[in-house]
Design a protein around this ligand. Structure first.
Ligand SMILES: NC(=O)c1ccc[n+]([C@@H]2O[C@H](COP(=O)([O-])OP(=O)(O)OC[C@H]3O[C@@H](n4cnc5c(N)ncnc54)[C@H](OP(=O)(O)O)[C@@H]3O)[C@@H](O)[C@H]2O)c1
Length: 245
């Protein structure tokens, strides 16, 4: 099913940006998308949804809870056994704690999912990524993680979320430095303000004029297709946006 194809793993692929990206990437027959999900039940529903749109590429499900090391290492083993390499890793799974003055618990919740998970997963997958042709890592961040942007004082006061995405951005620059000698390209990507289940606010987002997360998926497809290669190692967004850290 996946032989000869570009192998792509998306975390948090059962919902929102991840789900639309699974569909966009499987428009091409040359792609195999592994949908990383922490609930296989939700994942199967999402996979069926994508299959109903008759994609040309192929799909599979992978049990992956990025806040759990056992789950991460089992998933990496499975990718290695099934494919022996990984062309593209999309660290998409995330959460959004919205308080201005987060508790220790809220900080932990934010960093476990938005920072520690992607870091542990990426490091465990690095040998499979360097063994591939694609050699791409896309860290789904947020413009709210821009320190220079926040210093100008705009947007919602989501302290823990902003801090976690700023830390994820630093990870992007570290990985770009450490892995560029092996031909790996790394981006931080903000999907924009889009309608998803993030923080359980699908209806509120739509009412505030958020766009479809298919616009984010199209931009991720452009990165995977090499259209944003010149911006590797930087912080980018939809519609050719370039953000400052
Ligand atoms: N929507 C926006 O406007 C926006 C703006 C900027 C950045 N982003 C970023 O975009 C990314 C995708 O979010 P989204 O907007 O598409 O929200 P979403 O619809 O809530 O999707 C988040 C996904 O992450 C998964 N997830 C959460 N914790 C996980 C864990 N520990 N292990 C594995 N999967 C986990 C969720 O799984 P469950 O369904 O099982 O909970 C879900 O599949 C996030 O990194 C978010 O910060 C979104």
């Amino acid at each position: 099913m996946a032989a000869g194809k570009q192998i792509i793993l998306i975390t948090g692929a059962n919902s929102g940006v991840g789900l639309d990206t699974a569909y966009y990437l499987t428009k091409a027959a040359s792609n195999h998308v592994i949908m990383g999900v922490r609930s296989l039940e939700k994942g199967q529903k999402a996979l069926d949804e994508v299959q109903a749109r008759k994609p040309q590429g192929s799909l599979s499900l992978l049990s992956l809870d990025i806040s759990n090391d056992e789950s991460i290492f089992a998933a990496v083993k499975k990718v290695e056994a099934d494919y022996g390499r990984l062309d593209v890793l999309i660290n998409n799974a995330g959460n959004q704690v919205q308080s201005r003055a987060p508790s220790r618990e809220e900080l932990r919740e934010s960093f476990e999912t938005n920072v520690y998970g992607p870091v542990v997963l990426t490091q465990a997958l690095t040998p499979l990524i360097t063994a591939s042709k694609g050699k791409k890592i896309i860290n789904v961040s947020s413009e709210l993680g821009s320190i220079s942007g926040n210093a100008k004082g705009s947007g919602p006061p989501f302290t823990a979320y902003r801090m976690s995405k700023a830390a994820l951005n630093m990870f992007t620059t570290c990985q770009q430095q450490y892995l560029k000698g092996q031909g790996v390209k790394v981006w931080s990507f903000c999907p924009g303000f889009v309608v998803t289940n993030l923080a359980g606010q699908r209806d509120g987002r739509a009412a505030m004029g958020a766009e479809s997360s298919e616009t984010s998926a199209q931009a991720i497809l452009d990165i995977v297709d090499g259209k944003r290669d010149a911006q590797a190692g930087t912080f980018i967004g939809r519609y050719d946006a370039q953000f400052s850290w």
